[in-house]
Design a protein around this ligand. Structure first.
Ligand code: ADP
Ligand code: MG
Length: 656
C-alpha cells in the first residue's frame, strides 16, 4: 500500500509525476481517491430496440470504422456496431485517435443516446465493462490525467485492497455496524448501488473523524487540571471602553463578548476560537477580552504571526488604550517599547522569545493561530495557563471547526457591521472585458479608485516582467490617461509601503496588482476591482481579494473576467458563480470544501485537514457526533488506531 504509484503496471515516471500533482503518490493514495460522483444506472438495450429516449447502454462488435473531418477543428469518428438484433452507427467527436482502437471485431460497450438514428457516445469500454458500468466512479481528475485513466489505475490498485489493515477495534465495528475497511475501499470504487457507495464513504469518513477525535481527547486529557485566574464580572474599564467606541456593537459582537465573559469567569482556561471575515469586527472584541485582564490587575497580550500584522493591531489598539489610560507596548523583532510597565502587549512571537516576563498574563489573544508553529504556540502557554482567544479571518465551516478544534469553543462573527454594503459581484467572459473597463473608468471619473488583479502568481523574475508588461499595456489601452501603479511580489517592503501610501493618498487612480494585495490593505475610496483570468484563482483567494473593496460606505463592485464558458471546467464555473451569489465567507468556505473535496482550505493544511478526504462537511454532522462519543472511550486504546493517531498528531498539534 505504501508502494509508489510507479509500482503499478503501466505507470512510468512521467505518469507518476502527473499523479503526484493530484496528490496521488502511493497505491494507497489511489485507493483513497474518492469519486466525486457515480454514473447513473442505465438500461442496456438491444440495438433493434433502441429508441430516441434518455441515456442507454449497448454492447456489440465493431464492423467498420471511419473518420470524417467536415471542417477544421472537427473530427467525427463513426463506427458501425452490431449485436444479434441489428446495427447502428456510433459517433464520437474530436477523438480521431480512437479510430485505430476500433478495428473491426473489437467488442465494445457504449453508453450514450440515440439521436437522429446515430448513437452519440458519452463513454465507452473496449473489451470489458468499466466506464460504462452502472455506478461507474467519476474521479476528480486533471487536464493531464483523465477520469478514464484514473479509473483504470484505481482498478489495478484495488488488487491490493485486501492488504489494508483496519484500525478500528472489532467491538466498535460490531456495535456500530460498520463494514471492514478493505471492503469499504472496494465498495467505494465498485458500488453495486449508490447506497453501497455512500455506506463505504461513511465508513472511511468515520475512521478519519475518529482518529482526529481521539487525538483531541488526548490533548484535552493532557490539559486537565490547568487553572487560569477567574476574572469575575466585567468592570469599570471595559464599561468605559464600550462608551468610547464610536459605534454600537453588532449583535454578533455582543454575543461573542458575552460568551467570552462566561469563559473568563471560570477557572478552566478559556479555549475559544473567534472567527469572522476581515473587517467583521473581531479586533474590537479581542481588545475587550484583553481589557478584562487589565481591569483585574493582570496583563493581556496579543500575538500576531507577522510584524506587519502586529503593527497594524497596535495602531488600532494603542489610541484606544491611551484614551483609557492603559499603558500598551509593541514588541516585535525590530521594535521594542516599554514592555515592563505595559499592561497590554502586542507583538509577534518575539513576545515569548525575548524572555518577557508574562507571569501575570491572564488573557492571550492569538491571531491567525494556524500560522504559528507548534513550538511557538506551546511556548506561549508554557508554565502558565492564561485564557486564550484564538482569532482567525479564514472562515471555517462550523462542522469543520468542531472537527479540527474539537476542544475549542467556537464563536462566529458572521454578519459585518451594517454600515457596510455587500459588494456586488458580476462575472463576464473575456470578450466582454471592454465593458468591464468602461465601468471601472466611470468610477475613476467620479473620483474613486480601483484595483486590477492579474493572476501572475509566482514571484519569479519572469512574472515580475509579465506584470510590468501587463501594467504597461493597460496604461496604453484600457487605462490610458489614468495614474496607474504596479504592486507585485518582488517589491521591497519599503517600496511596497510607499506605493500603498501614495494609493491611499489618491496620488494613483488604479493599482494593478498580482495577488500580493495584502490582507491589511485598507483604502475605503477604492470601490471597484477587476480580476483578470478569474477562473485561475481559487475560491478562497478570490473572496480574500474581493475584500479589498467595499470598505467604505459607498457601494462597491467586483468584476470577474474569465475565459469563455466552453473553456472552463465545471468547477471553475461553479466557483465563479458562487462568488456572484454570495459574499458570506462561511458559505463560500463550505462551497470551497465541497468543490475541492479535501482540506486545502487556506491555511488549514498543516492542521490535519488534508487527511480528511471522505468527510462531507454538510452531511456528516451525525457521524462526527458518533466519532466524538466513540473517541471518549478510546483515549487509552492501543493498537492500529493508536498508531494512526500518532501518525496524524505526531508532527503537529491541533490548536493546543
Ligand atoms: P477584523 O479584526 O475582524 O478585521 P476590525 O475589528 O478591525 O475587524 O473592524 C473593522 C472595521 O470596522 C474597523 O474600522 C472598526 O472600527 C469597524 N467596526 C468594528 N465594529 C463595528 C461596529 N459594530 N459598527 C461599525 N463599525 C465597526
Ligand atoms: Mg482587524
Amino acid at each position: 500500500m505504501q508502494q509508489p504509484s510507479e509500482s503499478l503496471p503501466g505507470v512510468g515516471p512521467a505518469l507518476s509525476k502527473k499523479l503526484a500533482k493530484l496528490g496521488l503518490r502511493t497505491v494507497r493514495d489511489l485507493l483513497q481517491h474518492r469519486p466525486h460522483r457515480y454514473e447513473a444506472a442505465v438500461p442496456e438495450r438491444k440495438i433493434a430496440d433502441l429508441l430516441a429516449e434518455g441515456e442507454t447502454a449497448i454492447a456489440g462488435e465493431v464492423r467498420r470504422v471511419s473518420v470524417r473531418r467536415p471542417r477544421r477543428n472537427l473530427a467525427i469518428v463513426q463506427a458501425r456496431v452490431a449485436d444479434d438484433t441489428g446495427e447502428v452507427t456510433a459517433v464520437w467527436f474530436n477523438q480521431a485517435w480512437l479510430a485505430d482502437k476500433l478495428q473491426p471485431g473489437t467488442r465494445v460497450r457504449l453508453r450514450g443516446q440515440l439521436k437522429r438514428n446515430e448513437f452519440a457516445v458519452r463513454s465507452y469500454d473496449l473489451n470489458g465493462v468499466s466506464a460504462t458500468a452502472d455506478f461507474a466512479p467519476v474521479y476528480p481528475a486533471s487536464e493531464e490525467v483523465t477520469p478514464k485513466r484514473l479509473r483504470g489505475l484505481v482498478e489495478r490498485a484495488l488488487a491490493f485492497a485486501p492488504d489494508e489493515h483496519d484500525p478500528l477495534p472489532a467491538s466498535l465495528k460490531a456495535s456500530a455496524g460498520l463494514p471492514l475497511r478493505a471492503d469499504a475501499l472496494v465498495a467505494l470504487h465498485r458500488p453495486r448501488s449508490l447506497h453501497e457507495g455512500e455506506d463505504a464513504r461513511k465508513r472511511l469518513a468515520f475512521d478519519e473523524l475518529l482518529v482526529l477525535q481521539v487525538g483531541l481527547a488526548r490533548a484535552r486529557a493532557g490539559r486537565e487540571g490547568a487553572v487560569a485566574p477567574p476574572l469575575g464580572d466585567p468592570g469599570e474599564l471595559t464599561a468605559r471602553y464600550r462608551e468610547l467606541l464610536p459605534f454600537e456593537l453588532t449583535p454578533d459582537q455582543e454575543q461573542a463578548i458575552s460568551e467570552i465573559d462566561r469563559d473568563l469567569a471560570r477557572e478552566a482556561p478559556m479555549q475559544r476560537l473567534l472567527q469572522g471575515d476581515v473587517g467583521s469586527g473581531k479586533t474590537v472584541v479581542a481588545l475587550y477580552a484583553l481589557l478584562r485582564a487589565v481591569e483585574a490587575g493582570l496583563r493581556g497580550a496579543l500575538m500576531a504571526p507577522t510584524e506587519t500584522l502586529a503593527e497594524q493591531h497596535f495602531l488600532t489598539i494603542e489610541p484606544l488604550c491611551a484614551e483609557l489610560g492603559v499603558p500598551a507596548a509593541l514588541l516585535t523583532g525590530s521594535v521594542k517599547s516599554d514592555v515592563e510597565s505595559a499592561r497590554l502587549v502586542v507583538g509577534t512571537h518575539a513576545l515569548i522569545q525575548e524572555g518577557v516576563d508574562l507571569r501575570d498574563l491572564a488573557v492571550a489573544v492569538v491571531d491567525e493561530q494556524h500560522r504559528f508553529g507548534v513550538e511557538q504556540r506551546r511556548a506561549l502557554v508554557e508554565d502558565r495557563s492564561p485564557h486564550v482567544l484564538h482569532m482567525t479571518a479564514t472562515p471555517i465551516p462550523r462542522t469543520l471547526a468542531l472537527t479540527l478544534y474539537g476542544d475549542l469553543s467556537v464563536t462566529e462573527i458572521a454578519k459585518p457591521p451594517a454600515t457596510r454594503k455587500p459588494i456586488v459581484t458580476s462575472w463576464v467572459t473575456a470578450e466582454r472585458s471592454s465593458a468591464a473597463y468602461t465601468r471601472l473608468r466611470k468610477h475613476l471619473d467620479a473620483g474613486r479608485q480601483a484595483y486590477v488583479v492579474c493572476p501572475l502568481i509566482e514571484e519569479s523574475e519572469s512574472s515580475k516582467r509579465a506584470a510590468e508588461v501587463e501594467a504597461e499595456r493597460l496604461r496604453r489601452a484600457e487605462l490610458k490617461g489614468y495614474r496607474v501603479g504596479l504592486l507585485h511580489g518582488r517589491l521591497r517592503t519599503a517600496e511596497r509601503r510607499e506605493l500603498m501610501a501614495s494609493f491611499k493618498a489618491r496620488e494613483l487612480d488604479v493599482l494593478v496588482a498580482t495577488t500580493v494585495i495584502e490582507v491589511g490593505v485598507d483604502v475605503p475610496n477604492a470601490t471597484i476591482m477587476i480580476v483578470q483570468e478569474a477562473d485561475r484563482f481559487g475560491l478562497a483567494q478570490l473572496h480574500q481579494l474581493r475584500g479589498r473593496v467595499g470598505r467604505g460606505a459607498e457601494q462597491s463592485y467586483c468584476l470577474l473576467i474569465s475565459r469563455p464558458h466552453e473553456e472552463l471546467t465545471d468547477t471553475a464555473k461553479e466557483r465563479l458563480q458562487a462568488l456572484v451569489d454570495s459574499t458570506d465567507g462561511f458559505e463560500l468556505a463550505e462551497k470551497d470544501l465541497e468543490l475541492r473535496g479535501e482540506g486545502q482550505l487556506l491555511g488549514t493544511r498543516q492542521s490535519g485537514l488534508s487527511d480528511l478526504r471522505f468527510v462531507h462537511w454538510r452531511a456528516d454532522r451525525p457521524l462526527l457526533e458518533r466519532a466524538r462519543a466513540a473517541a471518549e472511550t478510546l483515549v487509552d486504546y492501543e493498537g492500529p488506531l493508536a498508531d494512526e493517531v500518532e501518525r496524524v498528531f505526531g508532527e503537529r498539534e491541533l490548536a493546543a
